[in-house]
Structures are given as C-alpha cells and as structure tokens.
Write a protein that binds this ligand. Structure first.
Ligand code: GFB
Length: 313
C-alpha cells in the first residue's frame, strides 16, 4: 500500500500518517487539474485519504457560499479523476453531517443524504460535498468492480465517502471570525481571560451539536482505508449531542476562566441540530472507545496555550 494524503497539515490530516503528504495550496493547488494530475502521475499512490477542502465555520460558510462551492467542486473533481486515471485502488473522501437535509427525520442515517435541501447556512459547501458522494458512486459504478472478459473479477478501484460530525482538536484553525465553534470559543475564552474581559458567545446557546475528536477520526479513517469493504457512505460520530451552552461550560472549566459569559443573540445560531445514528459505524468498529468531549477539550486547550504563537489564528 502506497498512501497519498491530501490536506496533510489540516485538523484531520495532521493525525494521519502517509507515504506522500500534500499540505496546502502553496505545495499543490488541487483546484488546478494539471497540478493535481502531475502529482498523481509522479507519485503513483495505490491508496488516497482525501481530507483537503475549503472549510470554515458558520460565518465563513454564510459569507463565502460561492467560493466554498467552487473550490470544493474543483478540488474533488480533480482528485478523484486523477486517482481514476492513475489506477488508485481506494480513495477515502470526507463530507460532513452539515450536508444532510435541513428538514429530515432525526436521527440522521447515511441513506438520507440526498433527501432534500441542506440548511441555507451551509448551502454552497453542502452541495459541493454531496457531489463528491455522487462522483464516488458514479465512478464505482463505471470504474469499480467489474467482470473481466473471462469472467474473472477485475478491481478498478473503490471510492468511499465518510461523513464526520463537527471535528475538533489540536492543529485546528483558531481564527476568531471564520473558524468552527470549538476553536473560536477556545480562542475567545483565552483572550477574555488574558484581557480580563467578558467572554462573548454567538447566538442563543440553544443549538445542539455532536463533536468528534480529530484523533478518533484519524484512527477510524486508517481502519476504513485498511478494511472497510462496503462502497456506501459511513457516518463518523459518537452520537453524543451537547448544547452549545454546555460546550461553553466545558471550555470555561478547561480554560479556568472566572469572568462573565454573554450570549450575543444578534449572531446566527445556524442549524438547530444534526443528530446522527452511528449504528453502521458501531457495526464496523464495535465498542470503539471515543475520546470524551471533556478530555478532548482539555487536550485542545492545553495544545492551544502551548502553541499560541505559531498556531493558525
Ligand atoms: O461550528 P459552527 O461554526 O458550525 O457553529 P455549524 C456551531 C454553533 O456554534 C452555531 C455557535 O450554533 C453557532 O451559533 N457558536 C457560538 C459559534 N459561538 C460561536 C463562535 O464564536 N464561532 C462559531 N463559529 N460558532 C458548520 C458548517 O456548521 O459545521 C461547516 O457550516 C461544517 O460547513 C461544520 O460542516 C462541521 O455546526 O453550524
């Protein structure tokens, strides 16, 4: 197995090991077909973990809908097509539970992926990521397992989509405005403590989210690359839901912040919830021990304070 990892310096990418690590646009701009195809022709990987994407939190998605659609469409079209043309045996690509329909019967299961419009706050990103699943299915159908001339099975590659819930952990983007809720609030709480100011949280604090620790996503991804034989998508979640206001309590405790917390209801709440059913994952990895939110947040806060000067923010 010769593995190529895209997005190697990202939140999930930094938890994974690979023979070839591609870190960011400056190295290879995956929106550019020539650059992407040359990379695959030169490196000839047998397996690909495709984590590279244009990502961001609620505000970034709302304010850059067109760019999130275009960049992710181009990156995914190029990576899967270059993989196909260079006979890659298996590609594991990443979606996110925000791509599921906004109006859906909860809990979410994999088969509901295309059953209606996604939430408006993730529109561009969600449809681009859905098309990644469509591309994977279309490629599996045309280029996947086929009966060779003499009735021998010939295997021409498998394209799999994994669908994690909100991921958090070390090496995240802690930028105040455009990052996801966990890194944004860790950074804001840190500054409120440093500057002895109030800790401002967006929205009502009522929405519900499921968070999965990046290291757990890394573990599961390695297992999926090695032994997940099904072609249908797989939700990566621990199905443990938390209200944003309770997440805030965990961050305040981990940061030992003693000041006041305010909820700024002029800021968006986004989707109310994205509750998942992870029974398919439980069947694949029975009894997998997920990192608890409390422990994951403590480790991320420790990492952030230690790497404050150099981390993405
Ligand atoms: O993580 P987040 O930006 O994305 O926000 P989504 C989650 C929730 O946290 C929302 C609240 O209800 C926000 O109102 N929140 C409170 C904050 N304070 C803050 C803050 O300071 N910053 C942020 N960012 N949120 C994303 C999708 O949706 O989920 C992405 O837009 C991706 O495409 C990601 O799928 C996993 O969970 O709402």
């Amino acid at each position: 197995m010769k593995t190529l990892l895209t997005g190697a310096n990202g939140l999930v990418g930094s938890t994974l090991d690979a023979d070839i690590k591609v870190s960011g646009r400056r190295e290879v701009d995956l929106r550019n077909w020539e650059e992407t195809y040359n990379l695959f022709k030169k490196e000839r990987p047998t397996h690909v973990i495709h984590t590279a994407a244009r990502v961001g939190g609620l505000a970034a998605n709302i304010h850059n809908m067109g760019e999130f659609f275009y960049d992710n469409m181009m990156i995914n079209l190029n990576v899967l097509e270059a993989a196909r043309r260079t006979d890659v045996k298996k590609v594991v690509s990443f979606l996110s539970t925000c791509v599921f329909p906004a109006e859906v019967e909860y809990p979410i299961t994999e088969d509901k992926l295309h059953e209606g419009e996604p939430h408006l706050s993730n529109y561009g990103y969600a449809y681009a990521k859905r098309m990644l699943d469509v591309q994977a299915r279309a490629y599996n159908d045309q280029y996947g397992i086929s009966l060779g001339g003499l009735g021998f099975m010939s295997f021409n590659g498998k394209y799999i989509s994994v669908i994690p819930t909100n991921i958090y952990g070390p090496n995240d983007n802690f930028e105040l405005e455009n990052s996801h809720v966990v890194p944004a609030l860790i950074h804001k709480c840190y500054l409120a403590k440093q500057n002895k100011t109030d800790f401002m949280v967006w929205g009502s604090g009522e929405p519900l989210r499921e968070f999965i620790y990046a290291d757990d996503v890394g573990d599961l991804t390695q297992l999926i690359l090695e032994s997940y034989e099904d072609e249908t998508p797989l939700i990566l979640s621990n199905s443990q839901e938390v209200r944003i206001r309770d997440l805030v309590k965990i961050i305040v405790e981990a940061m030992e912040y003693k000041g006041r917390v305010f909820f700024d209801e002029s800021k968006p709440d986004g989707q109310y919830k994205k509750s998942t059913n992870n029974s398919k994952l439980q069947t694949f990895v029975p009894g997998y021990r997920f990192t608890s939110l409390k422990k994951g947040i403590e480790q991320t806060v420790k990492w952030f304070i230690k790497n404050y000067e150099s981390c993405r923010k």
